[in-house]
Design a protein around this ligand. Structure first.
Ligand SMILES: Cc1cc2nc3c(=O)[nH]c(=O)nc-3n(C[C@H](O)[C@H](O)[C@H](O)COP(=O)(O)OP(=O)(O)OC[C@H]3O[C@@H](n4cnc5c(N)ncnc54)[C@H](O)[C@@H]3O)c2cc1C
Length: 381
Protein backbone atom coordinates (compact mmCIF):
# COMPACT_ATOMS: atom_id res chain seq x y z
CA UNK A 1 0.00 0.00 0.00
CA UNK A 2 1.15 3.47 -0.76
CA UNK A 3 1.88 5.76 2.16
CA UNK A 4 1.78 8.83 -0.04
CA UNK A 5 -0.71 11.53 1.00
CA UNK A 6 -3.65 12.05 -1.31
CA UNK A 7 -4.61 15.63 -0.50
CA UNK A 8 -2.79 18.82 -1.40
CA UNK A 9 -3.02 20.08 2.18
CA UNK A 10 -1.25 16.90 3.39
CA UNK A 11 1.40 17.11 0.68
CA UNK A 12 2.17 20.65 1.88
CA UNK A 13 2.19 19.61 5.54
CA UNK A 14 4.68 16.82 4.73
CA UNK A 15 6.89 19.18 2.76
CA UNK A 16 6.88 21.74 5.57
CA UNK A 17 7.82 18.95 7.99
CA UNK A 18 10.62 17.78 5.67
CA UNK A 19 11.84 21.35 5.27
CA UNK A 20 11.91 21.98 9.03
CA UNK A 21 13.40 18.66 10.10
CA UNK A 22 15.36 17.01 7.30
CA UNK A 23 16.35 19.49 4.65
CA UNK A 24 19.35 20.92 6.50
CA UNK A 25 20.95 17.44 6.35
CA UNK A 26 19.69 16.55 2.87
CA UNK A 27 23.05 17.00 1.18
CA UNK A 28 24.90 14.55 3.47
CA UNK A 29 21.96 12.15 3.96
CA UNK A 30 20.28 11.95 0.60
CA UNK A 31 22.30 9.04 -0.75
CA UNK A 32 21.36 6.72 2.12
CA UNK A 33 18.43 4.41 1.64
CA UNK A 34 17.30 3.58 5.19
CA UNK A 35 14.11 1.98 3.82
CA UNK A 36 10.52 3.25 4.08
CA UNK A 37 9.28 5.79 5.08
CA UNK A 38 12.40 7.50 3.60
CA UNK A 39 12.39 10.56 5.84
CA UNK A 40 15.75 11.79 4.51
CA UNK A 41 14.29 12.62 1.08
CA UNK A 42 11.23 14.65 0.15
CA UNK A 43 9.13 12.02 -1.73
CA UNK A 44 7.64 14.95 -3.61
CA UNK A 45 8.19 13.45 -7.10
CA UNK A 46 4.72 11.84 -7.65
CA UNK A 47 3.17 15.30 -7.12
CA UNK A 48 5.76 17.36 -8.92
CA UNK A 49 5.60 15.05 -11.93
CA UNK A 50 1.88 15.88 -12.25
CA UNK A 51 2.34 19.50 -11.16
CA UNK A 52 -0.13 18.73 -8.39
CA UNK A 53 2.42 20.95 -6.71
CA UNK A 54 4.72 23.16 -8.79
CA UNK A 55 8.45 23.87 -8.52
CA UNK A 56 7.66 27.46 -7.52
CA UNK A 57 5.35 26.32 -4.73
CA UNK A 58 8.05 23.96 -3.44
CA UNK A 59 10.65 26.73 -3.46
CA UNK A 60 8.18 29.08 -1.77
CA UNK A 61 7.73 26.59 1.09
CA UNK A 62 11.35 25.61 1.68
CA UNK A 63 12.71 29.14 1.40
CA UNK A 64 10.62 30.07 4.42
CA UNK A 65 12.97 27.95 6.54
CA UNK A 66 16.25 28.15 4.68
CA UNK A 67 18.61 30.50 2.94
CA UNK A 68 19.07 29.51 -0.68
CA UNK A 69 22.84 28.91 -0.26
CA UNK A 70 22.23 26.34 2.47
CA UNK A 71 19.98 24.12 0.38
CA UNK A 72 21.73 24.29 -2.96
CA UNK A 73 21.88 20.51 -3.33
CA UNK A 74 18.13 20.08 -3.00
CA UNK A 75 17.43 22.89 -5.46
CA UNK A 76 19.92 21.31 -7.85
CA UNK A 77 18.01 18.03 -7.60
CA UNK A 78 14.73 19.77 -8.39
CA UNK A 79 16.48 21.10 -11.48
CA UNK A 80 17.70 17.63 -12.49
CA UNK A 81 14.14 16.79 -13.38
CA UNK A 82 13.75 20.03 -15.36
CA UNK A 83 17.07 19.36 -17.06
CA UNK A 84 16.14 15.81 -18.16
CA UNK A 85 12.85 17.07 -19.56
CA UNK A 86 14.61 19.87 -21.42
CA UNK A 87 17.34 17.53 -22.67
CA UNK A 88 14.74 15.19 -24.15
CA UNK A 89 13.07 18.17 -25.83
CA UNK A 90 16.35 18.93 -27.56
CA UNK A 91 17.06 15.23 -28.36
CA UNK A 92 13.58 13.83 -29.10
CA UNK A 93 14.90 10.95 -31.26
CA UNK A 94 16.33 9.35 -28.12
CA UNK A 95 12.81 8.70 -26.86
CA UNK A 96 11.77 7.31 -30.25
CA UNK A 97 14.73 4.92 -30.18
CA UNK A 98 13.63 3.67 -26.76
CA UNK A 99 10.07 3.13 -27.98
CA UNK A 100 11.31 0.94 -30.87
CA UNK A 101 12.71 -1.50 -28.28
CA UNK A 102 9.79 -1.10 -25.94
CA UNK A 103 9.52 -4.62 -24.49
CA UNK A 104 8.49 -6.16 -21.19
CA UNK A 105 10.63 -8.68 -19.30
CA UNK A 106 9.49 -11.43 -16.98
CA UNK A 107 11.64 -11.42 -13.87
CA UNK A 108 12.14 -14.80 -12.17
CA UNK A 109 10.57 -15.00 -8.70
CA UNK A 110 13.95 -15.82 -7.15
CA UNK A 111 17.09 -14.17 -8.44
CA UNK A 112 19.12 -14.99 -5.34
CA UNK A 113 19.85 -11.29 -4.87
CA UNK A 114 18.11 -10.25 -1.67
CA UNK A 115 18.41 -6.49 -2.10
CA UNK A 116 17.11 -6.65 -5.67
CA UNK A 117 14.09 -8.69 -4.60
CA UNK A 118 13.43 -6.32 -1.72
CA UNK A 119 13.46 -3.28 -4.04
CA UNK A 120 11.23 -5.05 -6.53
CA UNK A 121 8.68 -5.73 -3.77
CA UNK A 122 8.99 -2.21 -2.37
CA UNK A 123 8.32 -0.76 -5.80
CA UNK A 124 5.31 -3.02 -6.40
CA UNK A 125 3.92 -2.32 -2.90
CA UNK A 126 4.48 1.43 -2.67
CA UNK A 127 5.12 2.76 -6.21
CA UNK A 128 8.34 4.37 -4.98
CA UNK A 129 12.05 3.65 -4.75
CA UNK A 130 14.81 5.82 -3.32
CA UNK A 131 17.06 7.32 -6.01
CA UNK A 132 20.12 5.31 -5.02
CA UNK A 133 18.10 2.08 -5.06
CA UNK A 134 16.78 2.98 -8.53
CA UNK A 135 20.42 3.22 -9.64
CA UNK A 136 21.42 -0.09 -7.99
CA UNK A 137 18.28 -1.84 -9.20
CA UNK A 138 18.77 -0.65 -12.79
CA UNK A 139 22.45 -1.60 -12.72
CA UNK A 140 21.74 -5.13 -11.41
CA UNK A 141 18.94 -5.48 -13.96
CA UNK A 142 21.27 -4.64 -16.85
CA UNK A 143 24.70 -5.90 -15.81
CA UNK A 144 24.09 -8.77 -13.40
CA UNK A 145 20.84 -10.19 -14.77
CA UNK A 146 21.58 -9.28 -18.38
CA UNK A 147 18.19 -7.82 -19.29
CA UNK A 148 17.80 -4.88 -21.68
CA UNK A 149 17.69 -1.37 -20.20
CA UNK A 150 14.52 -0.73 -22.20
CA UNK A 151 12.67 -3.58 -20.47
CA UNK A 152 13.82 -2.20 -17.13
CA UNK A 153 12.59 1.26 -18.07
CA UNK A 154 9.24 -0.35 -18.87
CA UNK A 155 9.13 -2.10 -15.51
CA UNK A 156 9.57 1.29 -13.80
CA UNK A 157 7.11 2.91 -16.19
CA UNK A 158 4.41 0.44 -15.18
CA UNK A 159 5.03 0.72 -11.47
CA UNK A 160 6.42 4.11 -10.42
CA UNK A 161 3.95 6.65 -9.04
CA UNK A 162 6.26 9.38 -10.31
CA UNK A 163 6.88 7.87 -13.76
CA UNK A 164 8.26 10.59 -16.03
CA UNK A 165 9.32 9.71 -19.61
CA UNK A 166 12.38 11.96 -19.42
CA UNK A 167 13.74 11.15 -15.94
CA UNK A 168 13.05 7.45 -16.39
CA UNK A 169 14.35 6.91 -19.93
CA UNK A 170 17.42 9.05 -19.35
CA UNK A 171 17.98 7.61 -15.86
CA UNK A 172 18.09 4.08 -17.34
CA UNK A 173 20.28 5.22 -20.23
CA UNK A 174 22.62 6.89 -17.76
CA UNK A 175 22.99 3.64 -15.77
CA UNK A 176 23.53 1.71 -19.04
CA UNK A 177 26.41 4.03 -19.98
CA UNK A 178 24.60 5.55 -22.94
CA UNK A 179 23.86 8.99 -21.52
CA UNK A 180 27.39 9.76 -20.36
CA UNK A 181 28.69 7.55 -23.13
CA UNK A 182 31.06 4.81 -22.05
CA UNK A 183 30.53 5.35 -18.31
CA UNK A 184 28.03 2.75 -17.10
CA UNK A 185 26.98 2.80 -13.45
CA UNK A 186 28.09 -0.45 -11.83
CA UNK A 187 26.37 -1.36 -8.54
CA UNK A 188 28.94 -2.56 -6.00
CA UNK A 189 28.25 -4.68 -2.92
CA UNK A 190 30.36 -2.44 -0.62
CA UNK A 191 28.56 0.67 -1.77
CA UNK A 192 25.15 -0.96 -1.25
CA UNK A 193 26.14 -2.15 2.23
CA UNK A 194 27.33 1.31 3.24
CA UNK A 195 24.45 3.33 1.82
CA UNK A 196 21.76 0.96 3.08
CA UNK A 197 23.28 1.24 6.53
CA UNK A 198 24.06 -2.50 6.50
CA UNK A 199 20.53 -3.59 5.66
CA UNK A 200 21.95 -5.41 2.62
CA UNK A 201 25.32 -6.93 1.84
CA UNK A 202 25.25 -8.60 -1.58
CA UNK A 203 28.91 -9.75 -1.53
CA UNK A 204 29.62 -12.10 -4.50
CA UNK A 205 26.06 -11.75 -5.81
CA UNK A 206 26.71 -8.98 -8.32
CA UNK A 207 28.62 -8.80 -11.54
CA UNK A 208 30.94 -5.91 -10.75
CA UNK A 209 33.22 -6.17 -13.78
CA UNK A 210 31.78 -4.96 -17.00
CA UNK A 211 33.54 -3.81 -20.13
CA UNK A 212 31.58 -1.23 -22.08
CA UNK A 213 32.05 -2.01 -25.75
CA UNK A 214 29.50 0.18 -27.51
CA UNK A 215 32.09 2.83 -28.39
CA UNK A 216 30.22 3.92 -31.55
CA UNK A 217 27.24 5.05 -29.56
CA UNK A 218 26.24 8.72 -29.95
CA UNK A 219 23.36 10.87 -28.76
CA UNK A 220 23.41 13.09 -31.84
CA UNK A 221 23.66 16.86 -31.99
CA UNK A 222 21.04 18.65 -29.90
CA UNK A 223 18.38 20.65 -31.68
CA UNK A 224 17.33 24.08 -30.51
CA UNK A 225 14.35 24.15 -28.17
CA UNK A 226 11.49 25.79 -30.04
CA UNK A 227 8.25 25.97 -28.13
CA UNK A 228 4.91 25.46 -29.87
CA UNK A 229 3.17 26.91 -26.82
CA UNK A 230 2.61 30.24 -25.11
CA UNK A 231 4.32 31.40 -21.93
CA UNK A 232 1.74 34.02 -20.95
CA UNK A 233 -1.75 33.40 -19.65
CA UNK A 234 -4.16 35.70 -21.46
CA UNK A 235 -7.72 36.61 -20.70
CA UNK A 236 -10.39 35.39 -23.14
CA UNK A 237 -14.16 35.25 -23.11
CA UNK A 238 -15.66 31.75 -22.87
CA UNK A 239 -12.37 30.34 -21.70
CA UNK A 240 -11.83 26.66 -20.92
CA UNK A 241 -8.86 24.88 -19.37
CA UNK A 242 -8.11 21.16 -19.36
CA UNK A 243 -6.07 19.60 -16.57
CA UNK A 244 -4.30 16.29 -16.99
CA UNK A 245 -1.33 14.37 -15.60
CA UNK A 246 1.01 16.90 -17.24
CA UNK A 247 -0.40 19.70 -15.11
CA UNK A 248 -3.02 19.33 -12.41
CA UNK A 249 -2.78 22.91 -11.14
CA UNK A 250 -2.92 25.04 -14.27
CA UNK A 251 -6.36 26.39 -13.31
CA UNK A 252 -4.79 27.90 -10.18
CA UNK A 253 -2.80 30.31 -12.38
CA UNK A 254 -6.07 31.55 -13.86
CA UNK A 255 -7.59 31.87 -10.42
CA UNK A 256 -4.63 33.94 -9.23
CA UNK A 257 -5.13 36.31 -12.16
CA UNK A 258 -8.88 36.46 -11.46
CA UNK A 259 -9.67 35.17 -14.94
CA UNK A 260 -13.00 33.36 -15.37
CA UNK A 261 -12.77 29.86 -16.82
CA UNK A 262 -14.49 26.51 -17.08
CA UNK A 263 -12.36 23.54 -16.18
CA UNK A 264 -12.34 19.87 -17.03
CA UNK A 265 -9.96 17.18 -15.87
CA UNK A 266 -8.90 14.45 -18.29
CA UNK A 267 -7.79 11.21 -16.70
CA UNK A 268 -7.47 7.80 -18.27
CA UNK A 269 -7.44 4.58 -16.28
CA UNK A 270 -3.94 3.35 -15.41
CA UNK A 271 -3.43 -0.40 -15.74
CA UNK A 272 -1.65 -0.60 -12.37
CA UNK A 273 -4.23 -0.45 -9.57
CA UNK A 274 -1.94 1.34 -7.12
CA UNK A 275 -1.22 4.15 -9.60
CA UNK A 276 -4.80 4.30 -10.77
CA UNK A 277 -6.09 4.75 -7.22
CA UNK A 278 -3.40 7.28 -6.41
CA UNK A 279 -4.12 9.57 -9.32
CA UNK A 280 -7.89 9.20 -8.92
CA UNK A 281 -7.64 10.36 -5.30
CA UNK A 282 -5.56 13.38 -6.29
CA UNK A 283 -8.26 14.27 -8.82
CA UNK A 284 -10.97 13.86 -6.16
CA UNK A 285 -9.06 16.34 -4.02
CA UNK A 286 -8.99 18.84 -6.90
CA UNK A 287 -12.74 18.44 -7.32
CA UNK A 288 -13.29 18.84 -3.60
CA UNK A 289 -11.53 22.16 -3.81
CA UNK A 290 -13.41 23.25 -6.92
CA UNK A 291 -16.81 21.58 -7.44
CA UNK A 292 -17.10 23.05 -10.95
CA UNK A 293 -14.33 20.80 -12.30
CA UNK A 294 -15.79 18.18 -14.66
CA UNK A 295 -14.10 14.74 -15.00
CA UNK A 296 -13.68 13.31 -18.50
CA UNK A 297 -11.90 10.16 -19.64
CA UNK A 298 -12.16 10.25 -23.45
CA UNK A 299 -12.02 12.75 -26.31
CA UNK A 300 -15.75 12.49 -27.11
CA UNK A 301 -16.54 13.67 -23.58
CA UNK A 302 -14.21 16.64 -24.11
CA UNK A 303 -15.99 17.61 -27.34
CA UNK A 304 -19.35 17.46 -25.52
CA UNK A 305 -17.98 19.55 -22.67
CA UNK A 306 -16.66 22.18 -25.10
CA UNK A 307 -20.08 22.43 -26.78
CA UNK A 308 -22.01 22.32 -23.53
CA UNK A 309 -19.96 25.12 -21.93
CA UNK A 310 -19.77 27.10 -25.20
CA UNK A 311 -15.97 27.27 -24.93
CA UNK A 312 -14.36 29.54 -27.52
CA UNK A 313 -10.76 29.42 -26.30
CA UNK A 314 -9.06 26.46 -24.70
CA UNK A 315 -5.84 26.30 -22.69
CA UNK A 316 -4.05 22.94 -22.59
CA UNK A 317 -0.96 22.00 -20.59
CA UNK A 318 2.19 21.94 -22.73
CA UNK A 319 3.16 18.41 -23.73
CA UNK A 320 6.83 17.48 -23.63
CA UNK A 321 8.41 14.46 -25.34
CA UNK A 322 6.81 11.23 -24.12
CA UNK A 323 3.82 13.11 -22.69
CA UNK A 324 1.70 13.75 -25.75
CA UNK A 325 -2.03 13.54 -25.06
CA UNK A 326 -3.76 16.29 -27.07
CA UNK A 327 -0.99 17.32 -29.45
CA UNK A 328 -2.50 15.07 -32.09
CA UNK A 329 -3.81 15.97 -35.52
CA UNK A 330 -7.25 14.40 -35.12
CA UNK A 331 -7.98 16.01 -31.75
CA UNK A 332 -6.78 19.46 -32.78
CA UNK A 333 -8.69 19.27 -36.06
CA UNK A 334 -11.90 18.32 -34.25
CA UNK A 335 -11.74 21.15 -31.75
CA UNK A 336 -10.87 23.60 -34.53
CA UNK A 337 -13.99 22.41 -36.38
CA UNK A 338 -15.92 23.17 -33.20
CA UNK A 339 -14.61 26.75 -33.58
CA UNK A 340 -12.46 26.51 -30.50
CA UNK A 341 -9.10 28.32 -30.54
CA UNK A 342 -6.50 26.52 -28.49
CA UNK A 343 -3.18 27.32 -26.84
CA UNK A 344 -0.68 24.94 -25.26
CA UNK A 345 0.57 26.69 -22.15
CA UNK A 346 4.27 26.31 -21.40
CA UNK A 347 5.05 27.18 -17.80
CA UNK A 348 7.64 29.91 -17.38
CA UNK A 349 9.74 27.53 -15.30
CA UNK A 350 10.14 25.19 -18.28
CA UNK A 351 10.25 27.88 -20.94
CA UNK A 352 13.16 29.62 -19.19
CA UNK A 353 15.11 26.41 -18.51
CA UNK A 354 14.66 24.16 -21.55
CA UNK A 355 16.79 26.26 -23.96
CA UNK A 356 19.77 25.65 -21.64
CA UNK A 357 19.38 21.85 -21.56
CA UNK A 358 21.33 21.08 -24.72
CA UNK A 359 24.54 19.69 -23.22
CA UNK A 360 25.51 18.07 -19.90
CA UNK A 361 24.07 18.91 -16.47
CA UNK A 362 27.31 20.65 -15.48
CA UNK A 363 26.71 23.19 -18.22
CA UNK A 364 23.02 23.54 -17.40
CA UNK A 365 23.72 23.97 -13.70
CA UNK A 366 25.44 27.33 -14.28
CA UNK A 367 22.02 28.80 -15.06
CA UNK A 368 20.27 27.65 -11.88
CA UNK A 369 20.86 30.90 -9.94
CA UNK A 370 19.40 33.00 -12.76
CA UNK A 371 16.48 30.60 -13.23
CA UNK A 372 15.61 30.75 -9.52
CA UNK A 373 15.80 34.55 -9.58
CA UNK A 374 13.49 34.66 -12.58
CA UNK A 375 11.05 32.36 -10.78
CA UNK A 376 11.20 34.64 -7.74
CA UNK A 377 10.34 37.63 -9.91
CA UNK A 378 7.45 36.21 -11.84
CA UNK A 379 6.10 34.27 -8.92
CA UNK A 380 6.98 36.52 -6.00
CA UNK A 381 8.56 33.56 -4.10
C1 LIG B 1 16.85 4.44 -13.33
C2 LIG B 1 16.16 5.66 -12.78
C3 LIG B 1 14.84 5.92 -13.13
C4 LIG B 1 14.20 7.07 -12.64
N1 LIG B 1 12.89 7.29 -12.99
C5 LIG B 1 12.28 8.43 -12.57
C6 LIG B 1 10.94 8.71 -12.95
O1 LIG B 1 10.31 7.99 -13.73
N2 LIG B 1 10.35 9.83 -12.46
C7 LIG B 1 11.01 10.69 -11.63
O2 LIG B 1 10.42 11.69 -11.19
N3 LIG B 1 12.29 10.45 -11.28
C8 LIG B 1 12.94 9.35 -11.72
N4 LIG B 1 14.24 9.11 -11.33
C9 LIG B 1 14.96 10.14 -10.57
C10 LIG B 1 14.93 10.03 -9.05
O3 LIG B 1 15.23 8.74 -8.65
C11 LIG B 1 13.57 10.46 -8.45
O4 LIG B 1 13.17 11.70 -8.98
C12 LIG B 1 13.66 10.61 -6.93
O5 LIG B 1 14.11 9.41 -6.37
C13 LIG B 1 12.32 10.98 -6.37
O6 LIG B 1 12.30 10.90 -4.98
P1 LIG B 1 12.20 12.18 -4.05
O7 LIG B 1 11.09 13.07 -4.52
O8 LIG B 1 12.12 11.68 -2.66
O9 LIG B 1 13.59 12.87 -4.33
P2 LIG B 1 14.40 14.00 -3.56
O10 LIG B 1 15.77 13.48 -3.30
O11 LIG B 1 13.66 14.53 -2.41
O12 LIG B 1 14.56 15.12 -4.68
C14 LIG B 1 13.62 16.18 -4.87
C15 LIG B 1 13.17 16.20 -6.31
O13 LIG B 1 14.27 16.42 -7.19
C16 LIG B 1 14.09 15.68 -8.41
N5 LIG B 1 15.14 14.68 -8.53
C17 LIG B 1 15.90 14.15 -7.56
N6 LIG B 1 16.81 13.29 -8.07
C18 LIG B 1 16.59 13.26 -9.40
C19 LIG B 1 17.19 12.58 -10.50
N7 LIG B 1 18.21 11.72 -10.33
N8 LIG B 1 16.68 12.76 -11.74
C20 LIG B 1 15.66 13.62 -11.94
N9 LIG B 1 15.06 14.32 -10.94
C21 LIG B 1 15.53 14.14 -9.71
C22 LIG B 1 12.73 14.99 -8.30
O14 LIG B 1 11.74 15.78 -8.91
C23 LIG B 1 12.55 14.90 -6.80
O15 LIG B 1 11.19 14.84 -6.44
C24 LIG B 1 14.90 7.96 -11.79
C25 LIG B 1 16.22 7.68 -11.45
C26 LIG B 1 16.85 6.54 -11.94
C27 LIG B 1 18.27 6.26 -11.54
Amino acid sequence: MTNFPLKKSEVITNLVHFSQNNLQNYSSNRNFDYGPPHHNVSKISPYLRRRFISEEEILGIILQNHKINNIEKFIEEIFWRTYWRGWLETHPWIYDQYRVHDEDQNIPKKTGIKCFEHWKEELLDTGYLHNHSRMWFASIWIFTLGYSWQSGANFFKNNLLDYCPASNTLGWRWVAGLQTIGKPYIARADNIKFFTNGRFDPQNELKENYIFNDQNSTNGKSKEFISYGEKKIKKYDNLGVILNNNDLSLHQLLKEKRINYKCCLFLKKHKTILINNFQKKLCDDIKNDDQEVVFVNNFEAIYSWLKDKKIKHLILPYETVGNKIFYKHEFLKTITNLEVNYTFYLREWDGNAFPHATKGFFNFKKNIGTLVNKARNYNRI
